[in-house]
Design a protein around this ligand. Structure first.
Ligand code: PSV
Ligand code: MN
Length: 428
């Protein structure tokens, strides 16, 4: 597939109109005291990692409908991630899941990624499923299990992930557990949390230098009545108790409907414990839909808090790590991931054009109407020319989905890879 050529010829036909729109927007923003070139640079510097598991189709509790040409191995998953990166230019990081992506030779995997301009961004452990041949089951939990031997096995799995993080040069290791209860009385809430924390500390003890540990809370699912790490407050407490390099990760789908996630973001940033994000969107539960597809205003409000927290140096914490964590049930995953990455850049640029001095003045004056108007003014500005120009300047596509469709990449993969079924596929 000659991507540079495909991208160049598509861009050539779209550039005249893009330049006109970019020029118009630049004059419009200049009247508001905003320099478009600075925004284009920030858009080009934006980064979000893609999940290796996201390039295969997802499914629901009811079914999964595979498409032809899905990746069968970690190497093919990386090939698909490379396509996304070439088209949108903001996704060089790949997040991998162990054991789904367990490499036989980590050095070989690292070289494969590097030769494509990619790298492993973070490792994700999996103690929410049983692996074939595993000695003890996680049916009743893992890091918080009532039996020490099960907890030990889950800790060992995470230590294996940390060794891989070290070998692959990953900057973070994320732990999400499926632990919890389906029925009232099933789990002793306080004891389960104590056991979880003990296990987390044992994992933290093996954290390689330069690597951060992320813990991901979730209000429900697969446990349907209670979870052990249920909310951001519990996550903050555990991160703080575990150590300086342990941080809370926010997956947007892991909250009850209508929860004010932007406020959670502000709180964690203020407390210096905001580690990163799993971006996706949802209507009812952890729907794992494409970022920005259902609640784009909420996504903007989250980025509004992020841009604001950046000005205060994240409360002393390192820059948070951004990742997409979605399930693509009815779309081509490459198209969804390209689109979602672009939606994040859009929300970021929208947040950058908020007139912060005016917003603070409105807040100080308790002028609710002016404050909301300032946010809406940024949110309703069509910044697409900035995003498209940033992609073009970075060597990407002005219109990534069109280039992808014209390439017939998936048809080519269907011919070479066939109809794959992914082992261990559940709801993800
Ligand atoms: C769980 O819902 C989750 O968000 C965790 O991040 C997992 O690692 C991921 O989905 C994939 O199962
Ligand atoms: Mn997640």
């Amino acid at each position: 597939m000659d991507w540079p050529d495909l991208i160049a010829s598509s861009n050539a036909s779209l550039l005249p109109v893009l330049e006109e729109d970019y020029g118009h927007l630049s004059r419009q923003l200049a009247r508001r005291g905003v320099d478009i070139e600075g925004l284009a640079e920030r858009a080009m510097a934006f980064r979000v990692a893609v999940p290796s598991w996201g390039v295969g189709t997802g499914g629901t509790r009811f079914a999964r409908f595979p498409i032809g040409g899905e990746p069968r191995t970690i190497f093919e998953r990386i090939d698909d991630c490379e396509v996304i990166s070439r088209l949108v230019r903001v996704t060089p990081g790949v997040s991998i899941h162990i054991p789904w992506d367990r490499p036989e030779h980590p050095a070989q995997l690292r070289a494969y990624l590097e030769s494509r301009g990619l790298f492993v961004d973070s490792i994700n452990s999996n103690t929410f499923q049983d692996e074939a041949g595993q000695a003890l089951s996680y049916k009743f939990g893992s890091l918080s299990h009532t039996e020490a031997a099960v907890r030990r096995q889950a800790v060992e799995h995470n230590l294996e992930c940390l060794a891989l993080a070290d070998a692959l040069g990953a900057a973070a290791h994320s732990v999400w557990i499926g632990d919890g209860g389906n029925f009232p009385g099933q789990v002793h809430f306080r004891r389960a949390l104590d056991r979880y924390l003990d296990s987390l500390r044992a994992i933290y003890a093996g954290l390689p230098a330069g690597c951060r540990l992320f813990i991901e809370h979730k209000v429900y699912e697969p446990a349907l009545y209670s979870t052990v790490l249920n909310d951001w407050g519990t996550s903050y407490y555990c991160a703080r108790e575990t150590g300086e390099r342990c941080f809370s990760l926010v997956d947007l789908g892991h909250h009850a409907p209508n929860v004010n996630i932007e406020m959670i973001v502000a709180r964690l940033a203020q407390l210096g414990k905001l580690g990163g994000f799993h971006f996706n969107d949802s209507k009812y539960g952890d729907d794992d839909l494409d970022a920005g597809s259902i609640k784009p205003f909420q996504l903007f409000l989250i980025f509004n808090e992020l841009v604001d927290a950046e000005r205060d140096h994240w409360g002393g914490a390192p820059v948070p790590a951004y990742m997409l964590d979605q399930s693509h049930n009815v779309t081509d995953p490459i198209e969804s991931l390209c689109t979602s990455a672009m939606e994040l850049v859009r929300a970021y640029v929208h947040a950058l054009i908020v007139d912060r001095a005016a917003l603070e003045a409105a807040q100080d004056a308790n002028d609710a109407v002016a404050a909301l108007q300032l946010l809406k003014r940024a949110f309703t500005t069509d910044v697409e020319p900035i995003l498209a120009m940033a992609r073009h300047r970075a060597g990407g596509a002005v219109d990534p989905v069109s280039v992808y469709r014209a390439s017939a990449y998936r048809r080519h993969c269907a011919a070479t890879r066939g109809m794959a079924t992914r082992p261990g596929a559940g709801i993800v």
